[in-house]
Design a protein around this ligand. Structure first.
Ligand SMILES: Cc1cc2nc3c(=O)[nH]c(=O)nc-3n(C[C@H](O)[C@H](O)[C@H](O)COP(=O)(O)O)c2cc1C
Length: 498
């Protein structure tokens, strides 16, 4: 299944060959219009979009914007080397395996990303056609799908994550940088402890494996470049940055380098932003801000961003990726915790993994609570796994109807069927959390009341002979022999067309 790395242009060529890309040559406005077109394309389960003529950017440093590239399961399957119609379980199993493998990158001296180098005063982020994705947003979000690279100052291991950032001044970028829960936040705390600003590199546009892994919580200390190598079956080729001690893909489209200080005097206002939750949340808030020291890019670079926010009927790129990654990561956590009987883990894309459904063969009564505790005790539960559903193996976790049936008739809240775990670490952008509980400056991250729905049959109930030795009564399904006979005689009953 391994395929070697491809740069963004190779990815576009593959999408075009598979009829999964549209080039839009009509002029569009970066201000609101690109976002609105992208939303409609998501609603229609449409292709990736390459905008080639952007108002005010003809003949400029950068003239093209790519969105929706991973905005459908078909394209995620292609990015991972599978046929477009691969099933969810097969993808999840593959990702579980690959997330645990590594092939370290190779550092080379130069590459296409160094074709143009812009330093110091010449840096101007507005030379890129960065969309204002949504009319309610506080600015132009340059980092929505960028891979943000930092290095642990103690171990020197790099981390690659997706964290949103908005253009502040022409050379500044305030970020939603939370100190608790995410890996660059942990690096930031360490640099601040040493009284140093944190070096950062923001990589825009490369192999689609980059956002797929950058947007997913791999365990602390695991370098995403190594895991990307395992997915592609060869080392990623990286080049050293110009002004920071970090390495980035030699074939990337655009790289912005700089530093983020923890001095509140350097903070700039960020937000509101159209969040993955589907809500525009966050009042403008002073945030840690990157000072951009250098930009390197390919000739005629392609800017890539993602329209965040999932609504019923339109799933963002984040939800498409999360539905596979967040399920795979949860399953690996549960296996690593030694919990038996995990049969399936499913994330409905609409929830982005805020809700997760686990199917088990029940081995003991306390197993669902053990599952919830294992997930909630893991750093990957930042922003995710707020609600954990546990069902048994007669329930298809990909079916809301089946889950609902199990919840209706197997959950007894007074018998421990619903467990609330209050005051846990959690998302600072959840609109159901009171503002005082998502004061990141004070609390480090948000506070969540997490909930387990144990929709498994209660083992405190005695097995009864009249129920065939089960703890729950039999269902209304006819006897198998009756079903078989009816199937045979269906035509005879005059029901063949039903
Ligand atoms: C499109 C997209 C946008 C994201 N935006 C943010 C964000 O603004 N802030 C944030 O903290 N996490 C964001 N995430 C989630 C992080 O990327 C994710 O938690 C990841 O695990 C972070 O990397 P780390 O685990 O190495 O810290 C986003 C993910 C995706 C896919």
């Amino acid at each position: 299944m391994t395929r070697g790395f491809m740069d963004l242009r190779g990815w576009l060529a593959l999408l075009e060959k598979e009829n999964e890309l549209r080039r839009i040559r009509a002029e569009v406005d970066w201000d609101r219009e690109i976002g609105a077109v992208s939303r409609r394309a998501l609603e229609k389960k449409g292709p990736a979009l390459l905008f080639e003529t952007i108002k005010g950017y003809r003949g400029g440093r950068c003239t093209k914007v790519l969105t929706n590239a991973l905005g459908d399961r078909r394209r995620l399957a292609l990015a991972l080397g599978f046929p477009k119609d691969v099933g969810n379980a097969e993808l999840v199993q593959y990702v579980m395996k690959k997330n645990r493998e590594t092939i370290p990158p190779r550092v080379v001296t130069t590459g296409p990303v160094k074709e143009v180098v812009v330093r110091g005063d010449a840096v101007d982020q507005t030379e890129f056609p960065v969309p204002r994705w949504n009319f309610r947003e506080g600015g132009r979000y340059i980092h929505t799908f960028s891979a943000i690279v930092t290095r642990d100052p103690d171990t020197h291991v790099m981390n690659v994550g997706i964290y949103r950032g908005m253009i502040g001044k022409k050379n500044t970028t305030p970020f939603l940088l939370i100190k608790g829960g995410q890996h660059w936040g942990a690096h930031f705390v360490k640099y601040a402890g040493k009284g140093q600003p944190m070096p950062v590199a923001c990589v825009i546009g490369w192999d689609p494996i980059m956002p797929f892994l950058a947007g997913s919580p791999l365990p602390t200390g695991v370098c995403e470049w190594d895991v990307m190598g395992a997915y592609r079956g060869e080392p990623a080729q990286l080049v050293p940055c110009e002004t920071v001690d970090l390495e980035v893909p030699a074939g990337a489209e655009i790289v912005l380098e700089g530093f983020i200080s923890d001095d509140p005097a350097t903070y700039e206002s960020e937000g509101p932003f159209g969040e993955f939750t589907g809500y525009v949340s966050d009042v403008p808030t002073p945030r840690p801000t990157m000072k951009v020291t250098c930009i390197t890019h390919r000739r005629e670079p392609i800017f890539q961003g993602c329209l965040e926010g999932t609504l019923p009927g339109s799933y963002s790129e984040n939800s498409v990726m999360s539905s596979v990654q967040r399920a795979a990561i949860a399953w690996n956590i549960l296996t690593g915790a030694g919990i038996p009987g995990i049969r399936d883990v499913y994330v409905h894309p609409i929830t982005n993994g805020v809700n997760v459904c686990v199917k088990i063969t029940k081995h003991y009564q306390g197993q669902p609570k053990q599952i919830a505790a294992a997930l909630w005790g893991n750093a990957a539960a930042q922003y995710r796994y707020k609600h954990v559903w546990v069902v048994e193996d007669d329930i298809d976790v990909s079916s809301y109807e089946q889950i609902d049936w199990a919840v209706a008739h197997r959950v007894n809240a007074g018998e421990g069927g619903i467990v609330i775990f209050p005051g846990s670490f959690g998302s600072p952008i959840d609109p159901s959390t009171p503002l005082e509980d998502r004061n990141v400056a004070q609390l480090g991250t948000g506070l969540w009341n997490r909930v387990l729905f144990d929709a498994t049959r209660n083992w405190k109930f005695e097995r009864r002979a009249e129920w065939g030795g089960e703890r729950f009564p039999p269902t209304v399904r006819p006897a198998p022999e009756d079903e078989a006979r009816v199937r045979e005689r269906w035509q005879e009953f005059g029901l063949g067309d039903v």
